[in-house]
Design a protein around this ligand. Sequence first.
Ligand code: GLY
Ligand code: MN
Ligand code: MN
Length: 443
Amino acid sequence: MSVVSISSSEYARRRRRLMNEMEPGSIAVIPAATLQRRNRDIFYPFRQDSDFYYLTGFSEPDALLVLVPLREQGEAILFCREKDPKLEQRDGVILGPEAAVTTIGVDDAFPVADEDEILPGLLESRHRIYMTMGEYPSFDARILSYVAHIRGRESGGAQPPGEFVSLKHLLHEHRLFKSPMEIALMRQAAEISANAHLRAMRKVRLGMLESQLEAELVYEFMRSGAVAAAYPSIVGGGENACVLHYTDNNCTLNSGELVLIDAGCEYQHYAGDITRTLPINGSYSPAQKALYNIVLAANKAAIELCRPGQHFNAPHEAAVTVMVEGLIKLGILQGVRDEIIANADYLAFCPHKSSHWLGIDVHDVGDYRLHDEWRPLQPGMVLTIEPGIYIPRTAQTAKVPEQYRGMGIRIEDDVLITEAGYDVLSSSVAKETAAIEKLMQVQ
Ligand code: GLY
Ligand code: MN
Ligand code: MN
C-alpha cells in the first residue's frame, strides 16, 4: 500500500476557500480538541477535532485556528503550545509557534497562553463570528466572555461582534465533497478495514470470545498503519447482533449462530465503516441464508441507486422495499408491501436508516436535506449503504417463525459517488454467502 498524505498546500487551499466564502468583516475561530482525562493522570488517546484537522493537518491539543479574511498583518493565525523540554520528554515533540508558521503554513502563530491577550483584539470590530457552537462549552463561554468584555467598552468606541454563525453551513459543506487526495486516503481506510474483515472470516472459531475476534480486527488495523478503530468495533454473536451499537464483545461465539461484525479503521484521520455477518460454524443454515439474502439484495439495490441524479434517501427507500418484500415472502411480515411501508410497520425489524456520510468522522458532516428536500447525490460524496434486519426474541417477535428468531444481519459497504455512478470502496470483502463460506475454510 503506497503511503499518501495531504499536502500543506491543500490545507492552505481549504482555509482560503472558507475565507473566500465568509462575510467581509467576519472572523472564524476553530478550536483544537482537548485531552480528556481517563483517570488520575492518564488520558484517553488524543483525537484531533475534525474541523480543526481539516483546516490545518495539525494534531496537537491546546490549539486554536483563527481566520480573519483580509487582515493585513496575516489572515490565518494559529495559537499553539510553546515548546517545553520537560513536557516533550514525557509526551513527545511539541511543534511550537515558531515552527508552526512554516510547517502548518499559517501567516502567524502565537503561544496558546497569549490567547486571552490577543484574541479579544482580533474579535473587536468584526461584526460576525463563525464558530462550531455547542461542541466545546468552555470554549463557547470563553468567546462570549471576550465579546462581553468588548461590549463593556462600547461607550469608549469599541465595536463588539453582533452575530454568531455556525461554521456548519460553510465548512461542513466543504467537508462533504472529498478531494482526490481525501478519496485516496478513504480508499486506503476502506482497504485496511476490508482486510480486517477478511482476516476475521479466516479466524472465527466455535467457542471463541467476541473480543478475540475483535482483537483480530484491531491487529489488522494497526499492523497496516491505522491508528485503531474509527469507532468501537461491534462483534455481536447470536442475538447480540440485534443490539445496534453492541460493544460489550464479551460473549462466546456459538455454533449455529451468526456473528455480526461492524468495524472500520481510522487511517490518517479518515474512517472505514464495514459490516459483514458470518455463520460461526462456517456455513449458513437455510433460514440464515434466506434472511441474509434479503439483506444482501437490499444492499445491492441500494448501491445501484448511489449515483448523481438520485437523492440521498433513494438508496434507503430501495433497501426498505426489497426488505419488506422479502420479509413478506418469509412470513415474517403480513400484509401489502406498500401499506407496510406507508405505515412504517417494517420498523419492528428494520429499525435504522441505511446510510450516513463517511469521512473524517465516521458519521460525517454535511446536510442530508436542502430546503426541506433530500439532497441530490453528487460526485465526491462518500456514504455508507447498510441495510439490516433484526429479529430479537422479544414479545414483539413471538409470532415470527422460530427459525428466524434471535438473528441480526447487517451488510455495510462504503460507497463513493462518481460522475458515472458509484465506486464501492469496500468491494474487496466478500458478501455473497458462498464466497464467505469459502473464505472461512481458509486457515
Ligand atoms: N458503525 C456505525 C455505523 O455503522 O453507523
Ligand atoms: Mn458500521
Ligand atoms: Mn455505518
